[in-house]
Design a protein around this ligand. Structure first.
Ligand code: GUN
Ligand code: FE
Length: 422
């Protein structure tokens, strides 16, 4: 057992922070939170205490949508909308991951940088390539950081250099499943890129895999107007874009993540609620690709689960703290646009999305309630905290102005995670 003492902040519910000034968290040997306390109960009085002094102790970040093989394009090439952006910049870069040596060089940096920004659980898109996808999984395992790894299926409307057949996808998907057996920190996730990239035969193969192996699904949904219009042409029978996944059993039949949802409403909103499909909100990407502003307040009001994603390289920043900032700011623009009818998000709500809500896709992750896996960050914000602010304000300032320099320790499943080698 380990007992840590620090300024503890977490969000059991979106509405409020639970805050314990110089509180205690007791973590069992299997990495689970036993409980948090303001005063340590006498049963623990003989145990050693690891005291983090005046530092903050918060749940670690969860990134539920990121493209690992777009890392080289981070922060560049954001001068086009989604569809031409994919063809011009993204598909050519992903094609390079056939070369496993190139993949290793880039993926090592990617995993190291997730560590830097305090993201301990990630749901990542890889590419169509089996070797590079297994390698990405190995790097997360080596690091001790949790992940879902998505070997991507795409058999239409892309370049020949970045296409797999249905048979190749199924073969490689099974190889990845096999590769990840015997542990559950790093797991496979079915990843049809998006409807325009996948023929009905590809979607059918995915639905069979989902059933046979009971695997979760991740994809893209209603990101941009041209994309939505294209899906209508490609899948004229579907009642909405989401229905094009639903008819293949890829919309909540197993746990499902759908990135973006900028234009989700009506029937699609109803289906997401009914099937408890996650919206993964990627506001940095939605700004950079001029996609739109997702109605997050509506999703929360309707009881649709919401998580946050960096969506590198549509998004430019890997830090989920940065994504929280954009989440708050975009919700304020939505508020202004709706003339105050759609209340903007609060800091505790954005923090809840980044921690407990996103974490729930991995199990009991993202909170310090009893039974949760201890995924945590220790933050030394002394250089940002000139004025003895209260703890909620210190977390707010860190969210807006902090970076990896202030993160002094990272834990995943109770283990302290050292910096991964690159
Ligand atoms: N839709 C299909 N592929 C992609 C991608 O790589 N990034 C984003 N933002 N949207 C997509
Ligand atoms: Fe994406």
């Amino acid at each position: 057992m380990k007992i840590y003492r620090a300024n503890i902040i977490f969000t059991p519910t979106p509405e409020h922070f639970q805050i314990m000034e110089h509180g205690f968290v007791v973590v069992s040997d299997n990495g689970l939170v036993e409980n948090v306390y303001s005063e340590l109960p006498s049963q623990y009085s003989k145990e050693p205490i690891i005291d983090f002094g005046d530092k903050l102790l918060i749940p670690a970040m969860n990134d539920l949508h990121v493209h690992a093989p777009q890392y080289r394009n981070q922060g560049i090439a954001m001068d086009l909308e989604l569809l031409p952006w994919l063809n011009t910049y993204t598909f050519p870069e992903e094609s390079k991951y056939k070369d496993t040596r190139y993949a290793e060089k880039m993926y090592r940096r990617f995993v190291r940088d997730l560590w830097r920004v305090g993201t301990m659980r990630t749901s990542a898109f890889a590419t169509i390539h089996r070797e590079a996808s297994c390698l990405l999984a190995d790097l997360f395992r080596e690091a001790g950081m949790g992940a879902y790894i998505g070997l991507v299926g795409m058999d239409r409307n892309g370049p020949d250099t970045l296409a797999n057949t249905v048979d190749e996808m199924v073969r490689d998907q099974k190889a990845l499943i096999e590769h990840l057996q015997g542990q559950d920190l790093v797991r496979p996730i079915l990843t049809p890129r998006f409807v325009p990239s996948c023929t009905p035969a590809m979607m059918t193969a995915y639905s069979q895999l989902a059933k046979e192996y009971n695997l979760p699904v991740q994809s893209h949904l209603s990101e941009n107007r041209s994309e939505i219009a294209w899906v209508k042409e490609l899948e004229p029978e579907s009642t909405c874009y989401g229905d094009a996944y639903l008819r293949y059993g890829l919309f909540g039949q197993t746990p499902t993540l759908m990135a973006h949802c900028c234009y989700t409403e009506g029937e699609e909103l109803r289906l997401m609620k009914e099937h408890q499909v996650f919206v993964v909100h990627c506001p940095t990407s939605n700004c950079n690709l001029a996609s739109g502003m997702a109605p997050i307040r509506t999703f929360l009001n309707e009881g649709v689960p919401v998580a946050l994603g960096s969506d590198i390289s549509g998004g430019h920043h890997l830090s989920i703290f940065q994504v929280m900032q954009y989440t708050l700011q975009i919700s304020k623009l939505k508020y202004a646009q709706s003339e105050g009818k759609m209340p903007f998000l609060t800091l505790s709500e954005a923090f809840y999305l980044a921690t407990k809500s996103g974490g729930s896709f991995f199990g009991k992750v993202g909170s310090f309630e009893p039974g949760y896996e201890f995924d945590a960050l220790v933050i030394d914000d002394s250089d940002l905290n000139m004025d003895n602010y209260d703890l909620a304000h210190r977390l707010e300032r860190y969210t807006y102005l902090g970076d990896d320099r202030q993160i002094v320790k990272r834990f995943c499943r109770g283990q302290e995670i050292p910096e991964p080698r690159i």
